[in-house]
Design a binder for this molecule. Structure first.
Ligand SMILES: C[S@@+](CC[C@H](N)C(=O)[O-])C[C@H]1O[C@@H](n2cnc3c(N)ncnc32)[C@H](O)[C@@H]1O
Ligand code: SF4
Length: 415
């Protein structure tokens, strides 16, 4: 990482950690929908059959009876949003492992489609769930995008990640992916780079496997380390450092951009129209499920991370909120600037249309820094990231998600 990226990393780390200080304890509230616009429904399923040491998402070991109750509570929560007047055009089911109890997921999706005007559905899963029966049920439930957690095809790394036994060897994962190709509009593989013991040869081998598989979409996350995972990662995977991250990112981009376009700085799609990570496509999303985070009309909020409390509050007909924070207009504009450029292109008129003249004042300083240092260039009405800018955005988004993960750690304290 060069000196400018290092400075940008330190500045945004401080800013994001300040932005993620929520009013926990005060009675959090949700704004009502002001105008009809495409909004996304994010549904969180926190159960996993095996917990990976690097992961700081909200996840707990799978328990069948609790999971059953949980899916029911999620349906109740969707009804509360309907009653408030919300409608959604897209669904993203993330985890944990949403397919851990497929019949529960199918009933949640069919309720969501009955309640809202859903046009697209994206679901996360693990390779051991790619059975013929599951795929049939997901297709029937209207799933257009299936995102499979692969991380790497290297068995040594998979063992260190504690994924080899439960989620399969590199060879098994590749053959399962091959078996479901073509079933969905978009089949995505979630990969990770910059693991401490991941050599350049291992990364190159993963990239060769991906090129052979020729999937619709590949998302390559840089390893993110939160305060709660730091020690576990260093004990199981080794000590993390960012010094190779830029070189590894360049290797990924060089290998994938012959056949793929950027959907975001770390997501590569075969066709431009592919559905990708929701955060890029929707500027508002409701977060439902224990530990989920939503962003509606400038208010960011989180649900309780305590799963039994989540279920019991919904049984009483209450929203399971635990914290919220309302952002001022300058912060909202900067958030939009960050997210829209994460897709590698920003249409200036869109920001102007949304915020009027004030949009420019809010971003003039960061824009000039990125423009003068060759990270953003102008193309007519668009701004786009240069190759150098793409890596800077990877650094900033890594820091953004790390701040979110630290906030999750904070919320889970005491459970
Ligand atoms: C949170 S998981 C949920 C879906 C599924 N359970 C799985 O393992 O893929 C989604 C993806 O997030 C990414 N991820 C999880 N922890 C991460 C971390 N600490 N740093 C970077 N990416 C991470 C992995 O690529 C993972 O596949
Ligand atoms: S990476 Fe996926 S399977 Fe592993 S603990 Fe996180 S959510 Fe669960």
């Amino acid at each position: 990482m060069n000196i400018t990226d290092n400075i940008i990393q330190s500045v945004v780390r401080k800013q994001f950690s300040r932005a993620m200080r929520f009013d926990v304890g005060e009675s959090p509230s949700l704004p009502l929908p002001e105008n009809p616009k495409p909004r996304l429904l994010y549904l969180h399923i926190p159960f996993c059959e095996q917990l990976c040491p690097y992961c700081s998402f909200h996840r707990v070991p799978f328990e069948p009876s609790l999971t059953k109750e949980y899916y029911r509570a999620l349906i109740k929560e969707m009804h509360l949003y309907r009653e408030m007047g919300y409608d959604f055009t897209g669904i993203y089911v993330g985890g944990g492992t949403p397919t851990v109890m497929i019949e529960g997921l199918v009933s949640v999706l069919s309720s969501a489609r009955a309640l809202f005007g859903i046009r697209e559905i994206s679901v996360e899963t693990n390779p051991n769930h790619l059975s013929e029966e599951n795929v049939r049920l997901l297709v029937e439930a209207g799933v257009n995008r299936l995102s499979v957690g692969v991380q790497s095809f290297d068995d040594g790394l998979l063992v260190r990640m504690d994924r080899f036994e439960k989620y399969g060897s590199g060879k098994e994962i590749a053959s399962r992916l091959r078996s479901v190709q073509g079933a969905f509009q978009t089949l995505n593989a979630d990969m990770m780079f910059n693991f401490p013991t991941q050599t350049e040869d291992i990364l190159q081998w993963d990239l060769e496997m991906l090129k052979k598989l020729s999937l619709d979409q590949i998302t390559y996350y840089p390893l993110m380390v939160s305060s709660s995972t730091r020690r576990l990662i260093s004990n199981t995977l080794g000590k993390t450092s960012f010094h190779r991250e830029a070189d590894y990112y360049r290797l990924i981009v060089d290998n994938l951009t012959h056949d793929y376009n950027f959907s975001s700085a770390w997501c590569f799609s075969k066709k431009r129209s592919m559905i990708d990570e929701y955060i890029v496509d929707y500027d508002e999303y409701a977060g439902l499920g224990s530990g989920s985070i939503g962003y509606l009309n400038g208010v960011c909020y989180a649900n309780t991370f305590n799963i039994t409390e989540y279920i019991s509050r919904l049984e009483k007909g209450e929203l399971p909120l635990m914290a919220s924070r309302s952002f001022n207009e300058r912060d909202r504009i900067r958030y939009d600037f960050l997210m829209q450029l994460f897709s590698t292109r920003l249409y200036r008129r869109r920001l102007k249309g949304k915020y009027g003249k004030r949009w420019w004042q809010a971003i003039v300083f960061p824009f000039l820094v990125f423009f003068v240092t060759g990270r953003i260039r102008q193309q007519g009405q668009w701004w786009e990231l240069t190759p150098r800018g793409c890596y800077t955005w990877v650094v900033m988004m890594r820091e953004f998600f790390t701040a979110v993960n630290n906030f999750r750690d904070y919320c889970r304290k005491g459970i």
